[in-house]
Design a protein around this ligand. Sequence first.
Ligand code: UFG
Length: 330
Amino acid sequence: MAILVTGGAGYIGSHTVLYLRKQNEEVVVLDNLTKGHEQAVVDVPFYKGDLTDGKVIDQIFEDHSIDSVIHFAASSLVGESVTNPLEYYRNNVAGSHALVSKLVEHGVKHIVFSSTAATYGNPERTPIEESDVTAPTNPYGETKLAIEKMLRWCDDAYGLKSVSLRYFNAAGADPEGRIGEDHDPESHLIPIVLQAALGQREKVSIFGDDYDTKDGTCVRDYIHVLDLAQAHYLALKKMKETNESGVYNLGNGKGFTVKEVIETCRSVTGKTIEAEVAPRRAGDPATLIASSSKAINELGWNPEYPELSQIVAHAWSWHQNNPKGYGDNE
Ligand code: UFG
């Protein structure tokens, strides 16, 4: 039986595919390549298509014995979602609705859903637990929460079991250097700082230094992309064993300010890296730190690369060896 991975050519999706292949799982990828890269899909059947393209999805079910799905495909930028909410509702909510309708039609019973810490908004306490209030401060988080809720109702109605994984800040790259992070345009902190280290940017803008945090800059919980991948594998295995739906946070339980991240990048790369304070970015909560106890206790999740310096080192190695990302080959 095979696992269908939507968005498997994207950053987190492609690393998860790599991890699943290492566990000898059969994998099929669906991606429309608006953000993903075909070269990131290593050694598995690939279908180019949209979540709303029922014909491609029917074809996948005809060609392969799909019994479960890991659903990454989505728009995922907080700032962009604030300026273009309709696009986020279209691509994320309507796209997931179309996909899940097809999965129900084809009798799929297990789906792992790529959700986000952005579902919590400005949390009432730190570290955040899964039972805490969800009140997103941006359309990105709203759309992911809407999909989580849709999946819960689909469990009751159609017996489609789902596990929603709320990631904190994914970072790092395959330690063996085969794939890495390449967004265009790049908006994530660590790759931006590393582009500055490579001399591809003059300086890094720090979005706001007047937050209620220890140095005034936003605090985030950075988690290695391969540790996220491991959690998807474990979540799917456990859901198939127990036939129970669930929600899990995935983070390191440790927060770093934007300034601390820049400092870590300076020390890993040995480069100066200029930075200057700029206005706040819309939709940014001050602090997001996960309690991942539930994933650790219930899924047996055991992050392999929890140190920020290691996460940055793997990302740095990818950026140094692929200064244009996948660009040279596209
Ligand atoms: N930041 C800067 N300068 C930059 C880029 C980012 O100061 O040039 C700051 C942001 O304002 C934020 C922090 O660095 O405070 C991290 O920003 P990212 O864009 O790297 O990540 P986000 O926290 O905005 O969002 C990421 C994912 C979301 C997910 C969220 C959950 O992109 O999908 O983590 O924590 F929801």
